[in-house]
Design a protein. Structure first.
Length: 170
């Protein structure tokens, strides 16, 4: 692609390669690819923290003295509590997704806009980027806002299920 000097030529080459790959995959193969890509997009509640990139310029082995040192032990690559951070991040991610999934009864306009924002984010990542959880962080505010908007609906839903399961129907 670097050898092609014109923008039009690169675009035509990209289209040709895309069509070739899609034909090779087939419809079912492409659907499987999209499911795997979406799974990869949403699987990691840490958003690939410390897995990619070198953004901490300090010593990766944190000094654990003081409050800042304690925080560093949770987020630095060689911190003693990095595993705890990953566990907590994944736990919160699952909780937020459960709140959102079971808060479907909330039909307020703002909730619907946040749902569309998240859906649009998923589609954007499936079409243009994605394949890693780190790309999903740009849509994190929509997840957090929606989870806080629908949590009461989710709790009410679980209370109804609990009452029904225990024969406590009113």
């Amino acid at each position: 692609m670097a050898k092609i000097t014109t923008v039009k030529g690169r675009a035509e080459y990209s289209k040709k390669i895309l069509v070739k790959r899609l034909k090779k995959m087939g419809t079912w193969g492409y659907i499987q690819f999209l499911f795997k890509k979406q799974r990869n997009n949403t699987a990691d509640g840490t958003f690939a923290w410390v897995k990619e990139g070198h953004f901490i310029n300090e010593n990766p082995i944190p000094n654990t003295s003081g409050f800042a040192g304690t925080l560093r032990s949770f987020v630095y690559l060689y911190g003693k509590n990095l595993g705890d951070f990953r566990f907590l991040a994944q736990l919160w991610w699952i909780i937020w997704l459960i709140l959102i999934a079971f808060g479907w009864r909330d039909q307020r306009k703002i909730s619907q806009v946040m749902r569309l924002t998240i859906l649009g984010g998923f589609l954007y990542l499936l079409i243009f980027e994605g394949g890693r959880s780190r790309y999903l962080i740009q849509f994190l505010p929509a997840f957090l806002i929606l989870a806080t908007l629908v949590y009461d609906q989710t709790f009410d839903y679980f209370k109804r299920i609990y009452r029904w399961a225990n024969g406590l129907n009113d």
